[in-house]
Design a protein around this ligand. Sequence first.
Ligand code: SF4
Length: 138
Amino acid sequence: MCSTYLKWKTSGALKAALLDQLADINGIYVPSLFQIDYHPDGSVRYITSTKQGYEKVVKRYVRNFDAAHFCTSSIVPFMQVIHDRISLEIARGCSRGCRFCMAGMIYRPVRERSVQKILESLKQRLPAPAMKSCHLHR
Ligand code: SF4
């Protein structure tokens, strides 16, 4: 997505060209390339694509979460902050799947990182003295 954007930016082409190119990448939804027709009650009558071959947007997600990129450094301010801590992404999705919850639905399927991967990331991101006092390290 970024390389498509950078190429477009230097090309001087119109925004419509960028949207057209982005639509060629699996998983990207470009709303302006669809026309929605409504019933009088506001419900959707039909949806049509204005770009040939772009009738469906297939959901794209990281399947093997353990093999996915793990952020090894955090952006921090130059001052001591109240919540002096790091964030570790241990899972995507939620195993509970409550029907009212957007996060529980749109981040499906549930994927969890292995304990070993989480500990590896923790070791990379925590300074050594802090790591020694971490109870997970023992
Ligand atoms: S509300 Fe959402 S995040 Fe919370 S348990 Fe239910 S599905 Fe999971």
